[in-house]
Design a protein around this ligand. Structure first.
Ligand code: BGC
Length: 755
């Protein structure tokens, strides 16, 4: 069977046009730059016979509305936040001698779309045989500038191959046409009115503009478009601004039209000149060729470190690069915007940020683009006030509790058992901060943001738990939900206790480090947070006495009662009943011994030193049998542990099932957006799984293995100012210091000096 996309190392190409796949391909072909995100919608609009999900997003720009509960109780999340599908400016409608271009109705040949991951462009070409007899070769190119937050651009070239045609071209800025999500799928925002009001429209010669306002969240959104290359006319209509041009093309003649599209957003009327400024930006935008060069340079720099290699598996290589490309496109870069579970590629999970960022995505950026990693962590600092307020609301007199899912910091999870109860989010953030510090030594970040977060999250855990007489005076954390959402409100979830223990230790250690190295920052922090060294003492004691449920016959329960739940052999559950969460009541799921995703297995990869290899092996096989992997976050983690216990074959199978998850639409919901955490997990699967990379307290080690299916593979990691390239084959690994001072790394425990 032909693969849907040919296996090319740097491109994803759709040959022909498949109406059936249009919606998922719109996610695959999405472009973004951390602020603007454009789904890969066809310029001329949906094809007859196909379904489309139109989307233009601005990272962090959302509307909110009160959550309506049938039965409301104290402390429930109050508002939905949903990423806005803002005005669309991608459109270019073509009419030839009165016939409108339509992929489903026009006579089209040689259609192809190419996502070029080095050029950072989406291009499209086809031949249109118009009913009037003219044959037109059409090309479109689109990019969202990685170097210019506000700017996207499109180029259209139409060449009359034979005959002649009177072409009518219409370009508009118009409100998004919003597709309804499936009301029975909790991962979608269905049933809400998500339209935005138009507050201003503008048309003047080659320039169109529109301003929209959100209903409740106080955002003003501006979009301006500049047309170049063709003379046209513009006008405002009731709900759009439209530019049109008419051109007669004879055989051999061609036309070229360039569109520069600028977006901006401001909250609470903080920028009254937003629309005017956006119009000026569109007018002053550099030409398309300049943007192409800039785009290429930005991606060359990214790939120089992030560009993995796989020798002997082009499909996999394409999948991995595709994943990295989309992560890079979706990550906020300004310290106020984060990365949503679906990035900027779709409306699944309403544009919310979860623990996905810290537990899955940050490891990638920490080791490939630490400056970007810092920006993502700064976002957590920006919303620390919300986390403090939420902790008070939940009855914690001290500390901060981060929202399980949010855009601007407010808790948006309406279902608290699988939402707010996931107290591990605090520890995930704390862990990521420690990992970032270990990899960069960035004391400035710790002094400005990191240490304060560690202190507040440690305080939260200290208040949440207690020294339990029933557990011999050990420190317990009860009534929490771990990462595995099929076991909710449990006592002593091992993963949560692990991240809390690390948080307790690191908060005290970091404050001590600041006291010694940055006394002024230390004094300021003591002052602003009321931190006392005696707190660190208490945290250390809680860490030392952290309780973990004992193993039964070698099996570590992932929480106090896990082994006491009713068995539910996975082979007795029909395939069509997955994912369980949309086919069974929560109560059915929660009483059974079944996992949605990696939980204890994740703890074993993240805190590997706490278990012996034999323990990891035994528990891997046990949890392997009870885990449905209904979350896309699961398989990459199983792959990493499988490699560690020497089960390279199993590691390989898990890895392969996650590496092309979106390209091959394995979860049948790629149309709602790409799975960012899984995409990041595949990089980690390669680097930490097969490469065996671990970093802790200044020590960088590797334990590479090469699956027999590949001739070799290579990746780079950044660590403490160095860039190290690791190339692995069946014969062993070769390490090369590409940048930075000499460093000692470890290969299967042996020290190697890299110069
Ligand atoms: C997973 C969570 C994850 C969320 C967003 C859920 O299905 O269980 O762990 O944070 O998806 O990706």
């Amino acid at each position: 069977m032909q693969p849907k996309f040919p296996y090319e190392p740097w491109r994803v190409t759709e040959h022909g046009f498949s109406a059936r796949d249009l919606r998922e391909n719109e996610s695959v072909f999405a472009l973004g730059n951390g602020f603007i995100g454009l789904r890969g919608n066809l310029e001329e609009g949906c094809a007859t016979g196909a379904e489309t999900i139109q989307g233009s997003f601005l990272n962090g720009v959302f509307d909110s509305e009160p959550i309506v509960y049938g039965e409301k109780a104290y402390g429930y999340a109050k508002n939905h936040e949903t990423i806005c599908n803002v005005m669309d400016a991608k459109s270019l409608v073509l009419t030839a001698d009165g016939e409108r271009l339509d992929m489903g109705a026009s006579e089209i040949t040689d259609h192809s779309r190419i996502l070029d991951m080095r050029a950072g462009t989406l291009t499209r070409s086809f031949i249109w045989k118009a009913k009037s007899g003219a044959v037109l070769a059409c090309e479109f190119a689109r990019l969202v500038c990685l170097e210019r937050e506000e700017l996207a651009a499109t180029r259209a070239i139409i060449n009359c191959v034979s005959g002649s045609a009177r072409l009518f071209i219409e370009s508009a800025v118009a409100p998004a046409v919003i597709a309804e999500g499936d009301p029975n799928d909790p991962r979608n925002a269905a049933g809400k009115d998500r339209s935005l009001a138009i507050s201003r429209l503008f048309a003047d010669g080659p320039v169109l503009a529109m301003e929209q306002k959100t209903k409740n969240s106080g955002y003003t959104i501006a979009c301006a478009v500049q047309h170049r290359g063709l003379e046209g006319q513009s006008e405002t209509k009731e709900k759009s601004a439209v530019w049109t041009a008419e051109v007669k093309l004879n055989a051999g003649e061609s036309l070229r039209l360039d569109k520069s599209v600028c977006y901006a957003a401001a909250r609470y009327d903080e920028d009254p000149a937003l629309l005017t400024r956006t119009i000026e930006q569109a007018k002053a935008a550099p030409d398309f060729d300049t943007l192409l060069k800039e785009q290429r340079a930005a991606l060359d720099a990214f790939w120089a470190v992030a560009g993995v290699e796989i020798e002997g598996d082009d499909a996999l290589l394409q999948g991995l690069r595709f994943n990295l490309f989309h992560l890079f496109q979706s990550a906020g870069r300004d310290g106020r915007r984060n990365i949503a579970a679906k990035g900027l590629t779709g409306e699944g999970y309403e544009g919310h940020t979860f623990w996905d960022t810290e537990a899955y995505i940050l490891p990638v950026f920490i080791h490939t683009d630490p400056a970007l990693a810092r920006k993502l962590l700064e976002y957590r600092y920006a919303i620390l006030p919300n986390a403090r307020a939420r902790a008070r609301e939940l009855g914690h007199p001290k500390g901060a509790l981060y929202a399980w899912r949010t855009i601007d910091g407010e808790e948006c999870s309406a279902y608290f058992p699988a939402g707010t109860a996931q107290y591990h989010i605090d520890g995930d953030i704390a862990h990521a901060i420690c990992d970032y510090y270990d990899a960069t030594g960035d004391l400035d970040f710790m002094a400005k943001c990191g240490a304060e977060i560690l202190v507040e999250t440690a305080r939260l855990y200290y208040d949440l738990g207690f020294f339990s007489a029933a557990k011999g005076g050990q420190f317990v954390l009860n009534c929490v939900t771990g990462p595995d959402e099929y076991n909710v409100m449990v006592n002593n979830n091992v993963y949560t206790n692990c991240v809390a223990e690390e948080n307790f230790r690191s908060a005290g250690e970091m404050m001590e480090l600041l006291r010694l190295n940055c006394p002024e920052d230390y004094a300021r922090l003591c002052d602003s947070t009321g931190f006392e060294p005696s707190e660190a003492e208490a945290w250390r004691k809680a860490a030392d006495l952290m309780y973990y449920p004992d193993a039964v016959d070698g099996i570590y329960p992932q929480d106090d009662d896990f082994l006491n739940r009713k068995p539910w052999p996975l082979d007795t559950i029909p395939a069509e009943k997955h994912p369980l969460l949309i086919h069974y009541h929560g109560l059915t799921i929660y009483r059974h011994m079944v996992c949605k995703q990696a939980d204890l297995i994740l703890a074993m990869t993240q805190y590997g030193e706490c278990w012996t290899l034999e323990e990891k092996r035994k528990n891997f096989f046990f949890y392997d049998k009870v885990t449905t992997h209904d979350s896309s976050l699961s398989m990459a983690v199983f792959s990493i542990l499988a490699n560690e216990i020497g089960e390279v074959g199993i590691g390989y199978d898990y890895f392969m099932s996650s590496a092309r998850l979106d390209l091959d639409d394995m979860h049948h919901n790629t149309k709602d957006g790409l799975h960012m955490a899984n995409m990041a997990g595949t990089w980690t699967g390669l680097v930490r799984g097969f490469g065996g990379m671990r970093n802790r307290k200044g020590r960088l080690s590797f334990a590479p293995v090469c699956p027999p299916q590949w001739q070799g593979y290579a990746f780079c990691v950044r660590y403490r100012g160095r860039t190290i390239r690791v190339h692995v084959t069946a014969e062993g690994a070769e390490y090369k210091l590409l940048e930075g001072e000499p460093i000692t790394v470890y290969d299967h425990g042996d020290a190697l000096e890299l110069n």
